[in-house]
Design a protein around this ligand. Structure first.
Ligand SMILES: Nc1nc2c(ncn2[C@@H]2O[C@H](COP(=O)(O)OP(=O)(O)OP(=O)(O)O)[C@@H](O)[C@H]2O)c(=O)[nH]1
Ligand SMILES: [Mg+2]
Length: 321
């Protein structure tokens, strides 16, 4: 059995850091460890927080951590950062904002850069959440910045999704239209000290009423001031209410099962497209077909079907490394 997994399950903090670093680096030994770790997950509760840049997400995470630590619960924080590897500014910002927790052994903090990767949440985040869970973390907070798919990707890992906006995010209505309304469990209008916070809350409530979705859970809209901590206790109460709702309705089990199924399908897709890329590089027939498509000798769609149906594209190809 994987030694690192054993040490992690025994509660060794260093093993957790080590495994997370291995995951980040794509170390093959991490995959072995995850096979073991997976069977020891399900106890932690994961809260995702997303919203436009600068809404105050990290400050809220910091305040929530402060509050939850008073109960003795262990907290894990993963900040997903959309910056390229060339600019680590926002990561540094998060580090500074959360630094009061750095010396607390009950708080584990990591930033993950998406490195310009498009599409949902980086896969490694899901593995990190599992590692934290198996290591005995009670609450896992995942912060993603509201940029397209990464933002919606939070649903693939969180039990409760918080959407943070502020009076300055004038494009809030647009943000909400971009699929966010379907994933938000709790809305926060942060920077309640600024003008326009009440109006924004009212606008969100209005949109919620107009939406055709009639869920059994109506997402509350809270006003917070993350700098002073105002509204954070209420936020924590709402998170617990949502957890209670999901647990009693069976929604939590469904949500987590859906996440796992989706993750499996995404992994299949990922491996297949990797193999396909290798194929494109190596198969002379495929290269010839590409040239024909490029030269308009055949249309792309029929050429694709023909190629996939050809005997050459047998399951052997799919199995090729
Ligand atoms: N006035 C006011 N400022 C706030 C409040 N919450 C956060 N801020 C400030 O807003 C700025 C951005 O806060 P962050 O917590 O870094 O916001 P974020 O959403 O994590 O930002 P990114 O991760 O860069 O998208 C910081 O300067 C905070 O101090 C608030 O409630 N009121
Ligand atoms: Mg942040």
């Amino acid at each position: 059995m994987s030694e690192i997994a054993q040490r992690l399950l025994a509660g060794e903090q260093r093993a957790l850091s080590r495994l997370i670093t291995m995951l980040e680096r794509g170390d093959p030994a991490a995959a072995d460890a995850m096979k073991v770790v997976d069977g020891h997950t399900g106890r932690a509760y994961t809260v995702g927080i997303t919203g436009p840049p600068g809404a105050g997400k990290s400050t809220i995470v910091d305040q929530l951590t402060q509050l939850v630590r008073k109960t003795g619960s262990k907290v894990g924080i993963i900040a997903v950062d959309p910056t390229s590897p060339f600019s680590g500014g926002a990561i540094l910002g998060d580090r500074i904002r959360m630094q009061r927790h750095y010396l607390d052994s009950g708080v584990f903090i990591r930033s993950v850069a998406t490195r310009g990767q498009t599409g949902g949440l980086p896969r490694v985040v899901k593995s990190m959440v599992r590692a934290l869970d198996a290591a005995g973390t009670d609450l896992i907070l995942v912060e993603t910045v509201g940029v397209g798919q990464t933002e919606l990707g939070i649903i693939s890992v969180a039990d409760t999704v918080l959407v943070a906006l502020n009076p300055e995010s004038g494009d809030a209505i647009q943000t909400l239209k971009a699929g966010v309304m379907e994933i938000a469990d709790v809305y926060l209008v942060n920077k309640a000290d600024r003008d326009g916070a009440d109006q924004m809350a009212t606008a969100i409530i209005g949109m919620l009423h107009m939406s055709t979705i009639t869920p059994e859970w109506s997402p509350p809209v809270l006003l917070t001031n993350a700098q002073t901590g105002q509204g954070i206790e209420e936020l924590w109460v709402k998170i617990q209410d949502h957890r209670e709702f999901l647990t009693t309705s069976g929604g939590l089990k469904d949500r987590r099962e859906t996440q796992r199924k989706r993750e499996f399908l995404e992994a299949v897709e990922e491996v297949l497209s990797q193999r396909l890329r290798n194929l494109v590089e190596n198969d002379p027939d495929l290269i010839a077909t590409l040239e024909k498509v490029a030269g308009k000798e055949t249309d792309p769609y029929s050429a694709a079907l023909e190629y996939l149906d050809s005997s050459r594209f047998s399951s052997d190809w799919l199995n090729a490394q």
